[in-house]
Design a protein around this ligand. Sequence first.
Ligand code: FES
Length: 539
Amino acid sequence: MTEESPTSGTARWTRAEEVNRLLPGRPIAMKLQGKHIALFLHEGEVLACNNRCPHEGYPLVEGTLDTNCVLTCNWHNWKFDLKTGATLYGGDTLRIYPAKVEAGAVWLDTREPPAVERIEEALRQLARAMDEYDTPRIARELARLGKAGAPPALALKHAIRATHARLRDGMTHAYAAAEVWLRLASTLPDAAERLACTTEALAHIAYDTLREREYPFYAGTAAWDAGRFAAAVEAQDEDGGGTLNGALTQGLHFADLELPLAGAALAHYNDFGHSLIYLMHVRRLVGELGAEVERPLLLAWLRSLVYATREDLLPDFAGYAEALAAWPARAQAPGTPLSADALEGQPVRGTIDRTLAAAALEPFDTYCALMEAAARHLLRFDERHALRTDNSVADNVGWLDFSHALTFGHALREQCARHPRLWPQGLLQLALFVGRNSGYLDPDTAAPAALREWAVADEAAFHQSAIAAIIDHGTGLPIFPAHWLKTWSAVREEVAAGLPPGARAALLAAANRLLGVRFKQRHTLRTARQALEFVGKEG
Ligand code: FES
């Protein structure tokens, strides 16, 4: 039953119901213009809202309206101010419809608010959902955002700007993985899968910033000076005289700063080269989301860089600086081509020496050999190391130690394709990671057998099943699907980059194995044993 209100003004009123059918305490459920609506009479005032509770859709007409005009949904006790739609207890906002009584009838304005308002409201509500790490609500708000016509990139842009200062230790995998999740989403035909990807991205950011206060960044600025920036990073001075701030304030952009930033990442690298991995994702995010995220991302990235573990200062990696210093001279010598066979199973000293011996050769060829060796090591990783509970802290080794060699290598190739002068640092660091992992291989598993076991025969089918497994991962902590996603994505990009057949097969097989294993996500018993032993030696 629709007709125009005799006195309609700017709103388009639709006749909804005879007013005398609406009684106090006897709300009416109805469908009007495709909407499920609940009509209430409260102290002589007609009020209308969506009959589907914004939580899980149960009918609000079955709820309880109190004398303060608070409507309670009896399924999970969410409470709404029926006059405004504000949620007093619960999450999502209730949609209310303007109502009036005229000519013996109830008239409703059921028009959608303008898209720009719906987008703003969805972004506001999404921020609240993220503050509470409420994944179902994050998904709903993202769905509302999409329904209002906004791309998921807008949500990510807002999320980065809202959360970057709450990352106490700087950038995490959440931003890095968000870049990959959104890129994957853009390739998927299924709306639910696309929303799952976006939800993962935002939920991971929410997880990493949950209940964190803001840790303000240094606000001072100084004229950009690449040398001063590098020195500040070396000094682990996050503020660094404000030189990065100064660069952005004086109008420089990521592209102008990329080489010194990458140089700093490789000079001051952390746990398995995260600094360079993150920088690649920062670059891609800036490219995708625009200059508005440059400052938030770069400040968060810089913070993570200066707090990074200095693995190059650890005794195990002592040969790195020496090899890097020797590189220019060795680059003049004929050189010994490097192969994965020569690297497989080698400790750090061996991988460094062999990489240095190839200094005069084409870096990409050395890179391919290192990546193939890294992949073979993942294929031969003795899973018992990841599962055991009786090891020392020094032997807390897991799948991600192996997957990071691949994701670092991926970031390295991309970076060095843009700035070839960075190859020596990068190749030697990759050699470190390959060598370090060699201590945890299964002595009973040879590479050819592992390659056969995990070989990918049909690459297209593998990628399809990998995507399905990553999206529907079923694990609790977002860091694990983030790593499966990033490793698979890195491998897919690397095999498309012209690797020789051996490296290509090894990388695909490694990704296949990584996605096929059962991850132990927590190590409480191991941690307890290590704590007892450690505390027992105190004092
Ligand atoms: S469906 Fe209404 S509170 Fe859950």
